[in-house]
Ligand binder design. Structure first.
Ligand code: PLP
Length: 435
């Protein structure tokens, strides 16, 4: 199997960076997420450099929902990134990580008045998702005696080649305002008290492995930019969102590079702004591309069972990695203590289905994989789990969430401790009528 450069096999063991996954699993226990800091930095640099090659005013806003660990946010802050934030929690973490408030954008289709007030208090720009929300923000800004800088989220009404649950730019999606109504929304923002429209925002979906849809999106945004410039909006940024995918099937998926992305999108953007005669900043909000392949989920084999299939029962399930159950998504799995030539012979391999410990039939991490003969006690690594992995985890079945470790060169450290039963119990209350 092809691996990204930070994943390798040595003496029969799977390594991440300089670290033997078996040693980390032994030291920190399983299940365990392990992330390679250098890989995050390299992914960021390739994305940023590709865009910067075309235009000097480029800003990356890391999509915090992909992985909201403070240690991860600090890496992005140190690289100069801001963040696409969707909640008060993500806002708090972005500021705690030291990100520049100028490069935070408060997104989301359903914000509370507390969310909007918090954004104003922290001087964070808001991406509005409806004219109703504009009205509410205007009222809050008037009360506070401040001006709120905003963008609108545009619904480009685009079909994109990805799983329907992560296509966000469809005409039928809950997100954004349709192109046909967007100019009147901006007009309403121009007319509203204490509101200044300064940006335009869009995000067409996630895990997109072709670059053509992003060029199409840029065309839609440029045409909106042109129309709203005509009514007097002074655009300071155009935010095209995220969505570039990664090759979860290592050997067969296409591998779209940030350079290909930039080659498709930037000429459309540059021609567009030149003909309009504006020079807004170009913002992007990648999440998955920056984080996904930085991380492996290590999970121990509890037992093996020959039923109508061969099941490998491991200690991590959709409580820790929801993507396979939620989106039918594919992750490569490797038996981390049985790699290399000794185990390469297909005749000694078997087709196995890797299942978690959750009380649900759908708790399957990987279907029908050809793996070396697995026994209880073996260690399985689920690859490419750095985006929408831990961040979507739950305590279902009253299972404490697992720990997260970061490695960086020869260093390694906990970035989140394992939860305990006490963590699960501590928010529960004794009812007065139950003694
Ligand atoms: C989820 C999301 C992103 C990131 O998407 P990726 O596919 O992880 O790059 C960016 N912007 C918005 C508004 C999002 O909701």
């Amino acid at each position: 199997m092809n691996y990204p450069p930070h994943i390798s096999e040595k003496d029969g063991h799977l390594y991440i960076g300089e670290h033997d996954t078996n040693v980390l699993a032994e030291k920190y226990g399983t299940p365990l997420y392990v992330t390679d800091e250098q890989r995050i930095r390299d992914n960021y640099q390739s994305y940023y450099d590709a865009l910067k090659g075309y235009y000097d005013k480029v800003q990356v806003l890391y999509a915090a929902k992909a992985n909201g660990n403070l240690a991860v946010m600090k890496i992005f802050a140190s690289l100069g990134a801001g963040a696409d934030i969707f909640s008060a929690g993500e806002l708090h973490l972005a500021l705690a990580a030291g990100m520049n408030p100028d490069y935070l954008l408060y997104n989301g289709s359903s914000k509370t008045t507390e969310d909007l007030s918090l954004a104003l208090e922290k001087k964070i720009r808001v991406s509005l998702d409806s004219v109703d929300e504009l009205r509410q923000l205007s009222a809050i800004a008037q009360d506070a005696g401040v001006t709120a800088e905003v963008s609108f989220r545009v619904n480009p009404a685009m079909e994109v080649p990805t799983h329907p649950k992560i296509a966000t730019g469809l005409a039928t999606s809950k997100f954004g305002i349709h192109a046909g109504e967007i100019v009147s929304a901006y007009q309403a923002a121009m007319d509203a008290e204490n509101i200044l429209p300064v940006g335009i925002h869009c995000h067409i979906g996630s895990q997109i492995l072709e670059v053509a849809p992003f060029a199409k999106e840029a065309e839609v945004l440029i045409s909106v930019a042109s129309e709203i410039t005509d009514i007097g909006v002074k655009l300071r940024f155009m935010d095209v969102g995220g969505g570039l995918g990664i090759p979860y099937h290592h050997d067969t998926d296409p591998v779209p590079t940030p350079a290909e992305y930039a080659d498709a999108v930037m000429p459309v953007f540059l021609d567009g702004i030149n003909s309009i005669g504006i020079k807004p900043e170009f913002w992007v909000e990648p999440g998955r591309f920056l984080m996904a392949d930085s991380t492996v989920l290590l999970t121990r084999v509890n037992s093996v069972k020959q039923s109508h299939k061969k099941f490998v029962n491991v200690d991590a399930g959709f409580n820790l990695l929801a993507r396979p159950a939620m989106y039918d998504s594919y992750h490569e799995v490797v038996v981390a203590n049985k790699t290399g030539p000794d185990y390469a012979d297909d005749a000694k391999r078997d087709v196995m289905t890797v299942t978690g410990p959750i009380c649900e039939t759908g708790d399957i991490l990987a279907h029908d994989r050809l793996l070396p003969a697995v026994e209880s006690g073996d260690l399985i690594a689920v690859l490419d789990t750095g985006a929408y992995g831990f961040s979507m985890s739950s305590q279902y079945n009253s299972r404490p969430r697992c720990a997260e470790v970061m490695v960086n060169g020869s260093q390694e450290g906990l970035m989140r401790r394992r939860e305990s039963i006490i963590d699960i119990k501590q928010t529960m209350k004794d009812l007065p009528w139950q003694k």
